[in-house]
Design a protein around this ligand. Structure first.
Ligand code: GLN
Length: 477
């Protein structure tokens, strides 16, 4: 298969007049429509508006009106990121019919640079999951294009799946609370970048857990994901947790070996042997090219990361989901019975099993009498985990570990897992998310024909280092 042009090369060709945006958009939409009946990567395909946008940009280029960094680049968007007038459901039945009146800030920024939104991608309902199999009541589970018996990973499964599938230039916007960009990127063999918490505005992102949620990017290459990340980053008055941080100029990042790597010892334990070996082989190669490699220990993160994360995230999720009661957004019905009966009816029908489990877990953790023992303790632990990372970054520039302990599991294997087994799979990804640290997942090889991802975590606001290291790893192949 011909390799797709990277985003920056594509835009150059567009500016030279060598590619028609309309034709390229038509081609990719055809691919989306054709593949979707089998792989289910999209919850919504935005054919009409994408073609209209393409035509407008083509016309604008001729008059010199359009000059953006993403001129004509097709972008798919995780369902939980609001796009004006597109049904935005975060993969849930409860948001059926919800048409946002505005674009999320990330969408505004991408569109301003000429990106074309081609559709909303499949995900675990509200981001609750690791395999994208917790889809809302009326969605199909996205399948891994490299082996449809296996999952795409979650929760940004549709974004990663389509990024791997397409033969054309394209990038995707995902979202991570506890690893939802890194995990599917690893399982589908694409590059996934999650920024520092607050680097990209959450305005217009349908909340899972506010103190953890980040919008990030996926691409066939690190360069693609980095260019899109640079475009959507920046302070936003509409998000009170947005950071006033200097831009990182990621679009000009080049691979570099000039950094100190810390291998996170504990995150290699419990990994499938072949996954471990593939990651270590990549690290050895880096070392032979002059990178300093050390072993780093993060015992607290390894021991308490999962517990602190699932307490913090379900607590926040349970309050966030309270607003979906059949009165304000999405699903509603005839007002019959008293309010409690009405709310129960709507919420019972609108939420899937995992969403209900998380509402119960989170409500329990913040109930009076249990709050001190669970939620507040998790918050104290979270502070300790951040400190442990900060100490590690005194000695190294980036930390590395396998993104996931396994390759993409088959749906048969997933069926055998209990919810707790599933949560345990997030061992390597939740700590960086709890600490709000930027992290990348890059493909480093294969096992049984399925991709293995290496996760690279940098200190707060060090996206440039993360990208340079990720590019160096990508070059090893
Ligand atoms: N697997 C994690 C969870 O289920 C992460 C999900 C996410 O980052 N949205 O919460």
């Amino acid at each position: 298969m011909k390799k797709a042009l990277e985003l920056h090369e594509f835009v150059k060709e567009i500016k030279r007049g060598n590619i028609s945006i309309t034709e390229h958009t038509e081609k990719i939409l055809e691919e989306v429509e054709k593949s979707n009946s089998r792989f289910h990567h999209f919850n919504l395909i935005a054919k009409k508006s994408a073609l209209q946008q393409a035509k407008e940009i083509d016309a604008g280029i001729k008059t010199g009106q359009h000059k953006g960094k993403l001129l004509g680049v097709p972008i798919s968007v995780k369902d939980c990121i609001c796009v004006k007038d597109f049904e935005s459901r975060a993969g849930s039945k409860i948001l059926t019919g919800y048409l946002p009146l505005f674009d999320a800030t990330a969408i505004v920024k991408a569109k301003a640079e000429g990106a074309i939104i081609i559709g909303k991608t499949a995900q675990d309902e509200f981001g609750f999951g690791t395999f994208s199999n917790n889809v809302g009541v009326d969605f199909e589970t996205p399948l891994n294009p490299l082996d449809p018996k296996r999952c795409c990973g979650g929760s940004s499964g549709g974004s990663a799946g389509f990024t791997a599938l397409t033969s054309l230039t394209h990038a995707s916007l995902g979202q991570s609370t506890g690893g939802s960009i890194a995990c599917p990127a690893s399982f589908c063999g694409v590059a996934g970048l999650t920024p520092t918490y607050g680097r990209v505005s959450r305005y217009g992102l349908i909340d899972y857990a506010n103190s953890l949620d980040k919008i990030g990017t996926m691409g066939k290459t690190v360069s693609d994901a980095a260019l899109l990340l640079e475009t959507i980053s920046g302070y936003d008055l509409n998000d009170s947790t947005s950071l006033k941080a200097e831009a990182q100029n990621l679009e000009n990042a080049k691979p570099s070996n000039d950094f100190r790597i810390g291998i996170v010892k504990e995150f290699f334990k419990g990994c499938e042997e072949k996954v471990k070996k593939t990651c270590l082989k990549a690290i050895d190669k880096l070392e032979s090219q002059g990178t300093t490699v050390k072993e780093i220990s993060l015992p607290l993160n390894a021991k308490y990361g999962i517990a602190a994360y699932y307490l913090a995230s379900t607590t926040e999720a349970s309050t966030n989901l309270a607003r979906f009661c059949g009165m304000r957004y999405g699903l509603h019905d005839k007002l019959e019975g008293n309010f409690n009966e009405y709310f129960s009816r709507i919420r019972s029908a609108g939420f899937g099993t995992e969403a209900k489990r998380r509402i119960l877990l989170g409500t329990f953790a913040r109930m009076s009498g249990f709050r001190d023992a669970y939620y507040l303790k998790a918050m104290k632990v979270r502070t300790k985990l951040i400190k442990e990372f900060k100490q590690a970054f005194e000695n190294v520039d980036v930390l590395v570990n396998p993104t996931m302990p396994i390759i993409a599991p088959t749906f048969g294997e997933i069926k055998k897992l209990s919810p707790l087994d599933e949560y345990a799979m997030d061992l390597c990804t939740v700590p960086a998310n709890l600490a709000g640290l930027p992290h990348a997942s890059v493909n480093v090889g294969e096992h049984k024909g399925m991709p293995v991802g290496l996760m690279i975590t940098a200190d707060h606001l060090q996206e440039k280092k993360m990208v340079q290291a990720a590019m160096a790893v990508e070059e090893l192949k």
